[in-house]
Structures are given as C-alpha cells and as structure tokens.
Design a protein around this ligand. Structure first.
Ligand code: DAH
Length: 339
C-alpha cells in the first residue's frame, strides 16, 4: 500500500488540465466516491494494526495533496480564462464623477485672478477678531451701531473678542505690519447677527482690496473698478459711482454696474433702473492710515469691498442665499463645468 501511495503522489505532481472538463475528470478520478483516494481508504481497513498509524498519516497527506493540486489547477485555470473573457473592450466606460468647485470658490478664485493681474497679492486675517481691528482702527465712532450685540457676534459678553463683520479688518492687520507700497486683496468669511432668510445669512464672504502708495488718487480707484467690472461681467459693462459713507474711507462711494441681465435697458432684476449695486469703495481715511502707523501726509490709498455671494448671484442667478451653505449636491453639481 505504501508503494501505491508513493506512485499516486508522484502522479499528482505532474497533473495538468487545459479545460474545465479535464479538470472535472481529474477530480472524479481522484476524489469522487469511486475515485483513487476512496479506494485506498477502503483498502486501509485491511492494514495490519501496527502499520495503521504510518499508512493513515501518508494517506491523509495524499488526500490533502490531491485536493490542493486540484484547487491550484482550478485557480490558474480561472485566472487565465478570466483574462480571456472578462474584459469587454466594446463596453462604454463607467461614468466618471468629477467633483465641482463650490460656486463661491469659483468666484473668489476669479476675483483673485483678476486682481492678481493688477499686481495685488492675497492677504488673510483671523475670523475671530478684536474691536480694534474690526472697528476702532477703521474710524468707527464709539456709538456706531455695528458695535451693538444686535449686529455683531461677540464671543463672550464683556470680553473684547468678536467675529469679524467685514474683511476690512485685514487692512489694519497688513498696514500695521507693512509700510507702503501695499497692494493686497483679502478674501474671507465674515459674520453678522442677522436672521437667516433667502436674502440674508449670519455668515457670508467678502473680498477686500487695498492699495496704498504715494499719489494714489480716486482716478486710480475708478480705473481699477472699471477694469474689474469688465473682466467679471464682460467688456460691454458700464459702471457708475454714487456718493456714500463708510467710516474708513473719505470720500466714499458705492459702485453699480449696468444690469448684466438686460444690458442696462431695465428689467425686473434691476428693478427697471438698468443698474445693480455691487460694492463699496473710497479713499482710505487719513485717520485709518495714521492709526496703523502710516504717514498720511506722504501716502494715500484706496480701498474697496464686495460680497462674494452678491457677485455670484449676479453671475449665476442663485435666488436663495441659503443654497450656498446647504451643500445640496443637486445645486453644487450644476457648477461641474465651471473651472
Ligand atoms: N466693509 C464694508 C462692508 O462690509 C465694505 C467696504 C466698503 C469695504 C468700502 C471697503 C470700502 O474697503 O472702501 O460693508
């Protein structure tokens, strides 16, 4: 019996199968009820008691060996036939889902690019601020309503820590540390104590621009505004400046662009005026320069600030401000093709 086991063991080493049928034939030959292993098991009953231990062990080894060999053949066989059949070169590709940039990021990037071409670099500041950087340094009067709890989020009552209400605070941070020439834009998130609705939110985004140097004039500001408006909304865009008031600029203005929906003819979107407001701007108040350690007799500057949501609405007609922060993929997916 030992000889028979050795013979079969050698035979198993050289087993081969090309097709599934051949493999099945091998399985039947060795492992079926009437196969070689079963018949050896039958013979095993007649083995003398003193030989049972050794022969039993070898028989088990043989059985495992056949099983392993057949499995091995099966696997190699499957991987080969898998290569042959599993790739369907005529099939269309799986849909490829690309993520989309958030519309506010798209517009922020566009603004950074436009100002970048004019030589502005990007500056950032903290969202958690203090009264000095958000209000006092920017010439806000002691009793200005913006300092009120109704308008501004204070982190803790009685403590001078608050969420910035505008990105103008970054102006101060930069001017305190840098002497002119300064040419920066500051994109960022700002917070105001507003009830959330389709047209107001307790946080939104702004881009601030600041240029301080010798002999900076209102004409420079106007030229920059015209360039930015045309780059953003198209070369046919017109601008108009209306006198306004901000504590940190003197003189101050608000800028309208010709309605980019009706081209200035008048439509419900521009309330039939032909104009839509997009930003605030002005010449940096000398007090602000002095507060930041810049000599206002040598230097002058202009500043402007705009809401990114506002610009995004004008470009993409998003009717409800809340869409920007809800992260509904059905909304966000629509910006897949924008860069
Ligand atoms: N900080 C103003 C706001 O939040 C926007 C603004 C207006 C910024 C005029 C400026 C500016 O730099 O010159 O409404």
């Amino acid at each position: 019996m030992i000889n028979k086991i050795k013979e079969l063991s050698a035979e198993i080493d050289s087993l081969k199968a090309q097709t599934k049928d051949e493999l099945e034939a091998l399985r039947i030959k060795y492992l079926s009820k009437k196969g070689e292993i079963s018949s050896l098991m039958n013979d095993f009953r007649n083995v003398a008691a003193e030989e049972k231990k050794e022969i039993g062990m070898r028989l088990n080894e043989l059985k495992n060996k056949v099983q392993d060999k057949i499995n091995e053949l099966k696997e190699s066989f499957e991987s080969i036939s898998g290569n042959d059949n599993s790739i369907d070169l005529t099939r269309t590709s799986y849909p490829y889902h690309v993520g989309a940039r958030h519309p506010l990021s798209i517009v922020k990037k566009e603004l950074c690019d436009i100002f970048g071409r004019l030589g502005f670099s990007i500056a950032e500041g903290p969202e958690i601020e203090d009264d000095w950087h958000v209000f006092t340094s920017l010439n806000f009067a002691e009793d200005h309503p913006a300092r009120d709890m109704q308008d501004t989020f204070f982190i803790q009552q009685g403590i001078d820590v608050l969420l910035r209400t505008h990105t103008s605070s970054v102006q101060t941070r930069v001017m305190e540390k840098t002497q002119p020439p300064i040419r920066i834009i500051c994109p960022g998130r700002v917070y105001r104590n507003e009830a959330i609705s389709y047209r107001a939110h307790c946080f939104f985004h702004q881009v601030e621009a600041l240029y301080v140097d010798k002999n900076v004039s209102f004409a420079d500001l106007r030229q920059t505004l015209m360039f930015v408006a045309k780059e953003l909304f198209g070369q046919e865009t017109k601008i108009r400046l209306r006198p306004s008031y901000f504590p940190f600029t003197e003189p101050s203005a608000e800028m309208d662009i010709s309605c980019n929906l009706c081209g200035g003819k008048g439509c419900p979107f521009c309330k039939h005026t032909g104009w839509v407001e997009i930003l605030g701007c002005g010449m940096v108040d000398p007090n602000v320069l002095e507060n930041c350690g810049i000599d206002s007799k040598i230097y002058s500057g202009y500043a402007l600030g705009m809401g990114i949501e506002r610009i995004t609405n004008l470009k993409y007609r998003v009717k409800d401000l809340r869409m920007f922060s809800e992260n509904d993929v059905r909304f966000l997916k629509q910006f897949e093709s924008a860069y």
